[in-house]
Each structure stands twice: as structure tokens, then as C-alpha cells.
Design a protein around this ligand. Structure first.
Ligand SMILES: *Cc1c(COP(=O)(O)O)cnc(C)c1O
Length: 433
């Protein structure tokens, strides 16, 4: 494989853009090497500017559940574009998309469209704070809710103390409003909420965690969150930016049978264009301006191209009743194939999977929270990643991310991926690394 053009493009990018990228994980810093620059995506494939072809498991980090450039979506966007890209005034498609989402997730009585998952999460938190007249937030270690101040917080020293910023630039005063607890630890959560509920406006959680690698919820964990928040008048926010329309058409809340008060969405609902949404209980969402006093606005919110893409993608998902079963089948085949390949090469890995989300952790033990995920051998993952890239498989360039399987990942592509993984595992073993 040649990478000369990508190298040149990256050197140029580094001169004017921090790290050469517009979002950190794209830089390959966690795995080593330089990122290929992409020319085109088609179905399950990415093509870079040097002419290399990859089977893609990033899928733009979640939106592309139908694969790259699905006809239904590209033609809807092209048609919308001819009518103009933005008006700053209401259009019928915004209402259609809102109705499509609400009919899929019954807990969403009212919804507001925004332009990113970050915006959705910060806005949902503002509504929860206004509704409860409390300021505090509980989040879980290893979950990601975008880059707004209240979420860029790590646990302070000692159990359930005040949070501290995990990025410079986040004021300590903002971080102190956030309590960070271990994912899947029902007892820690119950203890903390029972003691401190008077100051806690909301609990936000990824119902299936995808941002420390895939970590499914332990039995009873989400049920405990639901029961305890209800008891204390705290709002439960499910961040379904990844899981919405991914683990099922109705998201994790439908599969797991738990109704949050508020839900945040993004990724799939935008069909590959910038889009987010937050919504939920009528009484809480009625506080949003102009109906209520909670301010939230956006020049490009409900953008015509983005809603056209979202509607087209959701309709394609809804009109194909076998789609989620096929995704499950292909993801299961990948899961089984990778495990067998690792066993064959005596490489200790742990595969976590929930539907079409999967992570191969480079460690033998169970991964149930951030502490256990962090035991992974990230150097070894980096070597595996670089070898897979050379074999034409484009994985997320970090140990702590989900692999996204799309409807375009046919049995043949999965088989080629497993074969590549077998080669890469054997190479690790041969080199004694
Ligand atoms: C991606 C993501 C976000 C942030 O969405 P952006 O569109 O990148 O701002 C929030 N929550 C979760 C769970 C995500 O995976």
C-alpha cells in the first residue's frame, strides 16, 4: 500500500489545523502512524486519495448504518439542495422528521432538532436543571456526552466526591456540579443519589456504553437508575446518540424496556449530515423557548439538507423489517470469527458486543466499566490496528471505540475481515508482542 499523497496532505494539514484534524481521534495518535485522507465512500468501503481501498468499521462514528452514500439518502439530499440549503424558517420536513422519531421512541412526547450530539446533551441538561430547579448532574466514567463543560469532568479523589475538569479550559466551578460514578455500579449510584438528590437535576447515561469501547449495561443497572431517579424527582437522560436507531429502530430504551425522562439523539438521525435532537416528557420540554423560558436556538437547526437525509435514512430503516436481524447476523459472525481467530493465535482478547456495535479489547478479563476497559493493552491494539489497515481493514483508531457494522457489511466482507484478523493476530504472536 502506498500512502504518499495522504502523508503530504497530512503534513499540509498540520501547518494550519491543530493536530491536522477537526476532531482528535481522527489523527491516529492513539495507534501511531498517519491517517489516510479519504476520497470517497461506497457501501462498506472507504477509498483514500492514494487509491487504497478499505473495509470500513468506523462508519463516520455511527451515522452510516446503511453504509456509505446509500442511494435513498444521497438522492433525497440532492433534491433538497436544489430547493436551497437553508431558510431560517420552518419547513414541512422538520415536522416529518420529528414525527418519525417520536413514533419510534414513545418516551419522546416533544422534540427539538439541533445540529450535533453535543448540543443535544447540553440542551437536555439545561432543561433538566430548569425543570427540577437543581444544578447537579450525575454521569458515569467512560461515557461520553459531547464536549460541553458539564460533561468534560472526571471523578475527584475518593468515592463520589466533586468532579474535576478533565480538560483545561473547563472551569472548576462548572466541574464541581458534576458527580462521576462508575458505570454498572448500582450500589454506588443508589448510595450517592439517596444522599445527594436534593442537588441533582439529572442523571445522564449511555444505556449501552459505546465510548469506552462497547460496554453493555449489567442486569439491573438501568432499572436502578430509573427507580431511584423517579423516587427523588431527578430526571433520567438516556444519551442515545449512538444507540438510537442503531441497536433497534426504537433505540436501547425500546429493547431494554426502560423509559427515560429525556433522550438525546444524533448520528443516525442525520443520515450523515450534522444533526442532533433532544426530547422527552411534555412537561419538561414545554419549558423550551419560545413556549417556555429555557433558551436554546440554532441558525442551522432543522437544516433542510440534514432533515432530508435523516428522513430518507429513517424511512429506509423502517421499511426494511429484516434489517436489524441482518445486522445482528453479520455482527454475530464477526464476533465469532474474531474470537476464533484470536484463540487460534493464543492472543488474549475480550470481545464485547451489543447488536451491530462491537469492541475487541486486548485483555482477557471481562470489561464492565472504565476501570476494566483501561486494563487493555493499547500498544498491542495499536500494532493490531496498523496491521489491519495494511490488510485493507479500517478500524476505529483507538482501543476505546466501537466498531460500527452497517447494512453494507455483507457476509463476504465480514469473512475477509476475519481472515485479515487471523493474519494480524498470528503476526502479533510471531513477533512475541
Ligand atoms: C458522538 C456522541 C456525542 C456527541 O455528538 P457530536 O455530534 O459529536 O457532538 C454524544 N453522546 C454520545 C453517546 C456520542 O457517541
Amino acid at each position: 500500500m502506498k500512502f504518499a499523497r495522504s502523508r503530504k496532505a497530512f503534513r499540509r494539514a498540520l501547518q494550519g489545523i491543530p493536530g491536522g484534524v477537526n476532531s482528535p481521534v481522527r489523527s491516529f495518535r492513539a495507534v501511531g502512524g498517519d491517517p489516510p485522507f479519504i476520497r470517497e465512500g461506497r457501501g462498506g468501503y472507504l477509498f483514500d486519495i492514494d487509491g487504497n481501498r478499505y473495509i470500513d468499521y468506523v462508519g463516520s462514528w455511527g451515522p452510516l448504518i446503511l453504509g456509505h452514500a446509500p442511494r435513498a439518502v444521497t438522492s433525497a439530499v440532492a433534491a433538497a439542495l436544489r430547493r436551497g440549503s437553508t431558510f431560517g424558517a420552518p419547513i414541512p420536513d422538520e415536522v416529518r422528521l420529528a414525527e418519525l422519531i417520536r413514533s419510534a421512541l414513545p418516551s419522546i412526547e416533544r422534540i427539538r432538532l439541533v445540529s450535533s450530539g453535543t448540543e443535544a446533551c447540553m440542551s437536555a441538561l439545561r432543561v433538566a436543571r430548569a425543570f427540577t430547579k437543581r444544578d447537579g448532574l450525575i454521569k458515569f466514567e467512560g461515557c461520553y456526552h459531547g464536549h460541553a463543560d458539564p460533561f468534560l469532568v472526571k471523578a475527584g479523589s475518593g468515592a463520589a466526591t466533586l468532579g474535576t475538569p478533565n480538560s483545561p479550559g473547563v472551569p472548576r466551578a462548572a466541574a464541581r456540579q458534576t458527580v462521576v460514578l462508575p458505570y454498572n455500579d448500582s450500589d454506588a449510584f443508589r448510595g450517592t443519589l439517596r444522599k445527594r438528590w436534593r442537588e441533582i437535576a439529572a442523571v445522564i447515561v449511555e444505556p449501552v456504553a459505546g465510548n469506552m469501547g462497547v460496554v453493555p449495561p449489567a442486569a439491573g443497572f438501568l432499572e436502578t437508575l430509573r427507580r431511584e431517579t423517579r423516587r427523588t424527582g431527578t430526571l433520567l437522560i438516556f444519551d442515545e446518540v449512538i444507540t438510537g436507531f442503531r441497536v433497534a429502530y426504537g433505540g436501547a430504551q425500546t429493547v431494554l424496556g426502560i423509559e427515560p425522562d429525556l433522550t438525546t439523539l444524533g448520528k443516525i438521525i442525520g443520515g450523515g449530515l450534522p444533526m442532533g435532537a433532544y426530547g422527552g416528557r411534555r412537561d419538561a420540554m414545554s419549558l423550551v423557548a419560545p413556549e417556555g423560558p429555557v433558551y436554546q436556538a440554532g441558525t442551522l437547526s432543522g437544516n433542510p439538507l440534514a432533515v432530508a437525509a435523516g428522513i430518507a435514512q429513517l424511512r429506509a430503516l423502517r421499511s426494511d423489517p429484516g434489517l436489524y436481524r441482518r445486522l445482528e447476523k453479520q455482527a454475530f459472525a464477526l464476533d465469532e470469527g474474531i474470537r476464533a481467530a484470536a484463540r487460534g493465535a493464543s492472543t488474549p482478547v475480550r470481545v464485547n458486543r451489543f447488536g451491530s456495535l462491537l469492541t475487541v479489547f486486548f485483555q482477557p478479563g471481562p470489561v464492565t466499566d472504565w476501570a476494566s476497559a483501561a486494563r487493555s493493552d493499547t500498544d498491542r491494539f495499536g500494532r493490531f490496528f496498523r496491521d489491519m489497515l495494511r490488510r485493507g481493514i479500517y478500524l476505529p483508531p483507538s482501543q476505546y471505540e466501537a466498531w460500527f457494522i452497517s447494512a453494507a457489511h455483507t457476509a463476504a466482507l465480514i469473512e475477509r475481515t476475519v481472515r485479515a484478523a487471523r493474519g494480524a493476530f498470528h503476526e502479533l504472536m510471531r513477533r512475541g508482542t
